[in-house]
Ligand binder design. Structure first.
Ligand SMILES: Nc1ncnc2c1ncn2[C@@H]1O[C@H](COP(=O)(O)OP(=O)(O)OP(=O)(O)O)[C@@H](O)[C@H]1O
Ligand SMILES: [Mg+2]
Length: 399
């Protein structure tokens, strides 16, 4: 089973390229399902066919799915929401406002990722094509399972133990609503699901991200940032698709400058992403609706390559032994040196690049050691761990 995630800045052609990929895969005999993390944006539109609530066949071997966001939210969130609303009511917030507040932005997208997990576990498909929301949201979204797991693992078990011990006492003494077992069960279920999603999406053999971009300055800078942050979170990019390239045979002088600009940007793209394979797709002379056009695009993008293969392998994180300690190596392409903060606390390593943070549980061999320093070697961040604490705190090393 393969999972291909398509992401990129708004409007670059993510949905189109995702649909074209699905068509190619289905042509090659893969049982293919297309799904979207954005409820307002359905890949089904591109097949020019109605797609209902359930999984719908859109052609032999090709299927699409449009899930009712509301019912999915209810399924995953109701028991948690109930308690949050009670708490807010208790604090004096009106029910209708409490209900609105209890739906955290982005939940929809998280729950569509849980659908990815469901599909992978069911094993009915060879390929799952996931059309992701524009880049910024997708990043936040992709990092969420890990971040949320972190909170849930540390905060809820404690609360649960406390609540189980004191519930009878507290409910006799105060009117504060106490979370019931349904709430804890729902939180634990959510945690298990998110953890499973994260494991699937960071598994190199199963999941790959394909970055879609256009030859425009802002689009390229955003794609470069995305690439850095995907690496930071352990997601692997196996191809970059450059969409809307002006074809060679367009010779109208009106487009001459555009062609020069595109050629220049294409150089930047190569310098930025190679050795990740870069596949161009031309600007077609019409809107990309219907199977035929999608297939034509798919052939241009992938040629004879098997679209479901892992097209490029990269290792986001590595630990090596070095005299007196270890070196943890993270591939962080384009990350700027000035904007970096690395430190360890207990069994965790905190890495911050710009406004993004990651905390990871260190391998056992590193947990007893201190961070001795961090340097960039090429596009890898090398974090040295050693036995002797450097000047200053024995508990926290800062680089
Ligand atoms: N190579 C191309 N040639 C011609 N038209 C294209 C090409 N790629 C995409 N389009 C058209 O551009 C429009 C936007 O494409 P698409 O919806 O795939 O972008 P998107 O990145 O998914 O957008 P959003 O961020 O809103 O989800 C569509 O009308 C599509 O048909
Ligand atoms: Mg789209």
């Amino acid at each position: 089973m393969r999972v291909l995630l398509f992401t990129g800045k708004g409007g670059v052609g993510k949905t189109t390229v995702a649909a074209a990929t699905a068509v190619m895969a289905a042509r090659a005999g893969a049982r293919t399902l297309v799904m979207s993390t954005d409820p307002a944006n359905s890949p089904a539109d591109f097949f020019d066919l109605p797609v209902g609530e359930a999984t719908t066949p859109i052609a032999p071997g090709r299927w699409a799915e449009q899930i009712d966001a509301q019912s999915r939210l209810e399924r995953n969130w109701r028991d948690i929401q109930e308690y949050m609303v009670q708490l807010m009511n208790w604090a004096g917030v009106e029910t209708i406002q409490a209900e609105e507040l209890s739906v955290i932005p982005g939940l929809d997208e998280i729950f569509s990722l849980i659908d990815v997990k469901t599909h992978v576990e069911e094993g009915r498909w060879d390929l799952l094509v996931v059309d992701c929301a524009p880049t910024a949201e997708t990043l936040r979204l992709l990092s969420l399972p890990e971040v949320m797991s972190w909170y849930i693992e540390r905060i809820f078990p404690i609360q649960r133990r406390v609540v189980q011990g004191v519930r009878p006492v507290v409910s006799r003494m105060t009117t504060l609503p106490i979370a019931g077992d349904r709430f804890f069960a729902a939180v634990e279920r959510l945690h298990r699901n998110l953890d499973a999603v994260r494991r699937i999406l960071t598994d190199a053999a199963t999941s790959s991200v394909r970055l879609v971009l256009n030859l425009e300055k802002m689009v390229i800078s955003e794609a470069r940032r995305t690439y850095t942050y995907l690496a930071l979170f352990g997601y692997r990019v196996d191809a970059v698709i450059v969409n809307r390239v002006l074809p060679e045979d367009v010779t109208d002088p009106y487009f001459a400058t555009w062609k020069d600009i595109q050629a220049e940007h294409l150089r930047t793209v190569r310098e930025s992403f190679e050795p990740v394979p870069i596949f161009p797709a031309r600007l077609f002379d019409r809107e990309m609706v219907g199977l035929e056009l999608l297939e034509a695009m798919g052939r241009e993008v992938y040629g004879d390559r098997p679209v479901t293969d892992v097209l490029f392998r990269d290792e986001p994180m590595r630990v090596r032994r070095r005299a007196g300690g270890y070196v943890l190596s993270l591939r962080l392409p384009f990350a700027s040196r000035e904007d970096l903060d690395v430190y360890r606390r207990g069994d965790e390593l905190f890495v911050r690049v710009g406004s993004y943070k990651r905390n990871l549980i260190l391998p056992a061999s590193l947990q007893r050691l201190d961070v001795r320093g961090a340097t960039f070697v090429g596009d890898h961040l090398e974090i040295a761990f050693g036995r002797e604490p450097e000047r200053g705190s024995a508990e926290t090393g800062r680089a």
